[in-house]
Design a protein around this ligand. Structure first.
Ligand code: ADE
Length: 282
């Protein structure tokens, strides 16, 4: 079904070049867990090619339904669109898709480049925890500003392609050290939707009417109320991302825990404030 849905969205000519064989994928440890599948580190070994380390996002077919299939296929199709002509440095690279299988219940995979040190949110929280041990990396402010600029550039590319992300948040940004001589980390936009880490699942709440899990504290008012998304609502999400960066992985509106409360508060004009210690430049 996944293959059919994907073919439906993107067309078979666009999809075919990305298909990888299940037998060439060697999965390793779990790096994240979500509602309908998990993310594993893995290696793709194809004949005559260099082995590639990947992050494999799984769709567990036994837990999936029509909607999750669509979401998964949608994410894959967006990644294909962005990566079809070489991709962008600030958007995670697609390596391939695994949709073949002898058994109907074989999981499907989206393979993306493996980023080291990985998730931005995790990275920020670690810096915050190490602060009291005086182990803050030198030039931290500059590094964080560069991360924010990277994300903005990735977003600009999404806008250029008329793609809305809908789930921009530090948990969905990865940091990459590879390929740079100066040691600077490169931030890349990842997770156009599905796999969510266990420790952040609390950040998604069910909409009272639709029962869909939503990242409410990252959502623009118009998305919360009318369900409309645009590059402008992604921009709101970017504002929250900036706030997360400046607070080293803080939780936005920590006292708020429900959809209604958040909507009421935002309607009254309450907004996230410039955090203490946040530079003017940021
Ligand atoms: N966690 C989630 N996505 C990842 C990626 N692409 N690389 C490393 N860790 C990840």
């Amino acid at each position: 079904l996944f293959k059919e849905v994907l073919e439906d969205i993107i067309g078979s000519e666009k999809m075919e070049p990305w298909l990888k064989k299940r037998r060439n994928l060697f999965l390793e440890e779990l790096i994240g867990e979500g509602e309908f599948g998990h993310v594993r580190k893995g290696v793709l070994r194809e004949e005559g090619q260099q082995a590639v380390i990947v992050a494999a996002k799984t769709l567990r077919v036994d837990r999936a339904n029509e909607i999750t299939y669509r979401d998964f296929a949608k994410e894959a199709s967006l990644l294909i669109e962005v990566n079809d002509d070489g991709g962008h440095v600030n958007i995670v690279s697609l390596i391939g898709l695994v949709v073949d299988g002898k058994m109907k219940k074989d999981p499907r995979y989206i393979l993306v480049e493996y980023a080291e040190p990985g998730e931005l949110h995790w990275y920020l929280v670690n810096i915050q925890n190490n602060r009291y041990q005086a182990d803050v990396p030198p030039g931290l402010g500059r590094q964080l500003t560069e991360v924010a600029i990277d994300i903005a550039q990735g977003m600009q590319e999404l806008k250029r392609r008329k793609i809305t992300h809908r789930d921009l948040a530090c948990r969905n940004i990865v940091l990459c050290s590879s390929g740079r001589r100066d040691g600077r980390l490169v931030a890349k936009i990842s997770d156009f939707g599905l796999a969510r880490d266990v420790y952040v699942t609390t950040q998604y709440m069910r909409h009272p009417l639709t029962n869909i899990l939503l990242p409410i504290k990252w959502m623009a008012i118009e998305s919360l109320i009318e369900g409309v998304y645009s590059c402008k609502s992604d921009m709101w999400g970017f504002g929250v991302v900036m706030w997360e960066i400046a607070t080293l992985g803080g939780t936005p509106y920590p006292e708020v825990c429900g959809y209604e409360t958040l909507v009421t508060m935002l309607r009254r004009g309450r907004r996230l404030q410039k955090p203490s210690g946040c530079s003017e430049e940021m």
